[in-house]
Design a protein around this ligand. Structure first.
Ligand code: FMN
Length: 183
């Protein structure tokens, strides 16, 4: 199968996740087309038979280029097996209301774009203080303060929360279903 692994990433963690997914897809004998939806580079080489899209939550929403891509491409996306990987920090919270908030972003994207991915994974992202300017550091500390699983990040140390075995398990499960899909 030719599988589009589309992503957008502001700080790099979602790109890292999408790259790992593309590698896994190829390791399972498929062809992955890794594609940054913000640049539109490399897309339209071939018609993908399935798609897995990944995007981070920033300031309570997904980046605009990602939203626009999903909205524009929803027609064919809904005709193939597709999955969404939502990357956020709130999903790492120990409070269920905050995890619900993180899940809500994906529900909102689906409601607003009309894309209906068959599977959704909520994956914890990373904090990269070294790369943030003052405003981002301030904003991220506020978010981290609401996510006690992210305790210890109130300083300046970078930290990755992504559960790589969760990502790998999700991709394998989805691939199995995608192969069985009949339009
Ligand atoms: C400026 C900024 C705003 C963020 N806003 C949110 C948010 O509203 N909710 C949330 O759960 N995580 C938020 N995060 C955490 C990001 O989702 C997390 O850092 C993720 O790994 C970023 O992905 P990226 O590196 O691909 O851009 C924010 C991070 C930054 C830097």
């Amino acid at each position: 199968m030719i599988i589009l692994v589309g992503y957008t990433s502001i700080e790099g963690q979602t790109r890292k996740i999408a790259s790992a997914i593309a590698e896994q897809v190829e390791a399972r004998g498929h062809r992955a087309v890794l594609f940054d939806v913000a640049t539109m580079a490399e897309y339209s080489l071939e018609r993908p038979e399935a798609a897995i899209l990944c995007a981070p939550v920033h300031g309570g929403r997904y980046p605009a280029p990602f939203f626009d891509f999903v909205h524009r491409e929803r027609g064919w996306l809904n005709g193939v097996p597709s999955a969404f990987v939502s990357v956020s920090l709130m999903i790492a919270s120990e409070y269920s209301e905050e995890q619900d908030e993180a899940r809500h972003f994906a529900d909102q994207l689906i409601a607003e774009t009309g894309w209906t991915p068959r599977e959704i994974a909520h994956v914890a992202g990373a904090l990269r203080f070294a790369e943030y300017d003052f405003f981002k550091r301030w904003m991220v500390r506020r978010i981290a303060a609401k996510a006690p699983a992210a305790e210890g990040v109130s300083g300046k140390a970078d930290r990755e929360f992504t559960d790589w075995s969760q990502v790998a398990g999700f991709v394998d499960g989805w691939l199995e279903k995608a192969l069985a899909y009949e339009p």
